[in-house]
Design a binder for this molecule. Sequence first.
Ligand SMILES: [Zn+2]
Ligand SMILES: [Zn+2]
Length: 323
Amino acid sequence: MKPVFHARLLNDYFGDPCLFIRILHEKRAILFDLGTIHSLKPSELYKITDVFVTHTHMDHFIGFDTLLRAILRREVPLNIYGPPSVLPCIQGKLKGYTWNLIEDYPTKINVFSYNGRRLTHSVFSAKNRFRKQTLSKSDSDGLLLKSPMFTVRSVKLDHGIPCLAYSLEEEFHINIDKALLTRKGLSVGPWLNDFKKIIRKHTEYGEQTVRIGNKDFQVSEISDIARITRGQKISYATDISINKKNIARLINLIKGSDLLFCEAYFLDKDYIRAVERSHLTAKAAGSIARKAGVKKLELLHFSPKYSECPDKVIEEAMREFHG
Ligand SMILES: [Zn+2]
Ligand SMILES: [Zn+2]
């Protein structure tokens, strides 16, 4: 199975949390957290359409200006999701600049703030010099984004302040049966992307056609080359107090993930400090991942006090994860 999500952490264990996920065939990427993003190329920054911020502590949000600078004349809006603090923080950042010459830019920043029950949609448009407009408020169970290809869900957790964890899930995965394709006298090509888009969008194909070479084919006649399997699930969780309610909610969100990115801020020997600072320990991260049936665990966000011994943090989490 060729994965559609390609995830990479932008910084090392001691750097700002930020996960970049490129979405294959969509010319688009998403970010979980918005710490330092200087390692991204301009072409990568330009592809970012959706940013999911856990909370607005500086190490998770300092990349906002860099991102805005990179997409400032883009037609495609930038969507930012986060806990309630994300809205005043974006407004504050935008107020830090002067915006008198941008009225004819197409730029729009949609902000979706989620308090665990309600989703508030606000927009900052260049044509209004980035003044805030509230568009809607609606009840939400945590489903923040739904597209034909994937969904993003979140849950509100506690980090002394509200903090969101996220799960990105491909609706289903389409594998192409190459042997059957050959038997039908067809060969692989860019047309398969159009074909997959139709399969994702529709349950019945009616008169839908796809162009292969210089001939149109009915999708319904060749739909049997698509083998549908379970989609990929990637979760992201950081800056979470160790308490029963948090852990139960988090496990419910991330269960069955193929890949979990999770903080491991403290070692278990510094458990008291972890409780004071509202962070997970490496041991807790490993235990959460195991209980949630996660297939692969990747760690991030270690306290600088372990800069000489990151291996200890990794070892503690992995020992717990593998049981
Ligand atoms: Zn942090
Ligand atoms: Zn924090």
